[in-house]
Design a binder for this molecule. Structure first.
Ligand code: IPE
Ligand code: IPE
Ligand code: MG
Length: 235
């Protein structure tokens, strides 16, 4: 592969579950349910396409402000997903990681997350990184705090702070930056997702709602990505 077409890491903002359901006269919860099934399909497709990292925005720090009913349903779905779907991924030797403010999640969910991470830590075919209770500004502030503490303790000096050191303080430590960001549902914004990591990513927006997203649509966006020239500020 040429440098231009390298595609190691795809990040996705899985948006439009609610609208998908509302359009059909269904409760929003059914949109989330269908959306969770699509996650399985797309993960499988990514593995088949030889993608090394897939980072999925499942729940943002801002999503805690949704109704208690919706949050509680999403947490139920998440438990199911962690217990069954991800177990299946484990059998396919997919490495699972989580990024986000995990302390905000229920204890049993945190435990399931830690177990899955530990059990899959040695796999390297595809890493699925799930952004859960994730907010990029929180992540950046937490990194700044860690660095400040290290300086205060005399472990590092201010001169040691550079892009690499800063990157290593983020939840995404050791994960290369996304090559391609996809957002479904027609919205064209980042919604507090990977603000640092997306500095030079190619952006792709599709009107398809997440529950209708498919391996074919993923391939269409990948094909479009392959036609782009990534310049990184050079000529
Ligand atoms: C994305 O779908 C899933 C989550 C944010 C949890 P939405 O629930 O945001 O669906 P819309 O945007 O309201 O259609
Ligand atoms: C972003 O979608 C978060 C996830 C997809 C998990 P939202 O639907 O929450 O974002 P906004 O509110 O439209 O910006
Ligand atoms: Mg939305």
């Amino acid at each position: 592969m040429t440098e231009k077409s390298e595609l190691k890491h795809i990040a996705i903002i899985m948006d439009g579950n609610g609208r998908w359901a509302t359009k059909r006269g269904l409760p929003r919860s059914l949109g989330h349910k269908k959306g969770a099934e699509v996650v399985k399909e797309i993960t499988k497709a990514a593995a088949e396409k030889g993608i090394k990292f897939l980072t999925l925005y499942a729940f943002s720090t801002e999503n805690w402000q949704r109704s208690e009913e919706e949050v509680s349903y999403l947490m139920t779905l998440l438990r199911q997903y962690l217990k069954s779907d991800l177990q299946e991924l484990k059998e396919n030797k997919v490495r699972i990681r989580f990024i986000g403010e995990r302390y905000m999640l229920d204890q049993d969910i945190q435990q399931l997350m830690t177990d899955l991470e530990r059990q899959t830590a040695s796999y390297d075919k595809l890493t699925v990184c799930i952004a859960l209770s994730y907010g990029s500004r929180h992540e950046i502030v937490a990194a700044a705090k860690k660095i400040a503490t290290q300086v205060k303790n005399g472990d590092i000096s201010p001169e040691d702070i550079d892009i690499n050191l800063f990157s290593d303080m983020l939840y995404t430590k050791d994960i290369p930056d996304p090559d391609l960001l996809i957002r479904t549902s027609g919205e064209q914004r980042l919604s507090n997702y990977l603000l640092w990591q997306l500095a030079y990513s190619e952006l792709a927006f599709t009107d398809v709602l997440w529950p209708d997203f498919s391996a074919q649509e993923l391939q269409r966006l990948i094909d479009n990505y392959q036609t782009r020239e990534r310049r990184y500020g050079k000529v």
